[in-house]
Design a protein around this ligand. Sequence first.
Ligand code: SF4
Ligand code: SF4
Length: 164
Amino acid sequence: MIRIDVPHALCNECRQCCHFVAPPFLTPYASRGLEEATALSEDFRSRSGLPTLSPDVKNEIPVWTCSILNGSDYVCRDWPDHPLDCRIYPLVFYSEGNSSKIGLDPSCPYSNRQPLTWFGEKARQIREEVWSGWTDEQKRTLLPFFRTDAFPDLIPLLSLSDGP
Ligand code: SF4
Ligand code: SF4
């Protein structure tokens, strides 16, 4: 199963993920709408089903926290079987015109712990092991979720629809 193993100690220090300023923005794809989620590949469900969001407060700011996060030690309770978009972060899907792509989010501290070529190889694995197994309907369902405005500094790595 494809996964980027960001060290837990780094996530515990950073604590940037799994809290969201406003649902459904940036939440795991499968939690953004049950209607769309039913068409998504099983890759996007966690072992416990679809992640849900609960209102919370972080650094005195209202946020929505994923129901699967264990807040005390900052561990995803479904690791390593959490949803695909969580498993591959800091790699993210995005679209440019009609082309779907994978990029690297440099706001994650792990993004500079490996060379770009390492992330590029992971992106190729995602294309071969995951993307190529999805139906056209699943790809069409995902496309509206591929938002670039959430990742303003995204580093482009790989085109999914047009080859390397
Ligand atoms: S931004 Fe990166 S280091 Fe921080 S919690 Fe998320 S995956 Fe972990
Ligand atoms: S499923 Fe796990 S990794 Fe994904 S947002 Fe929820 S707690 Fe975080």
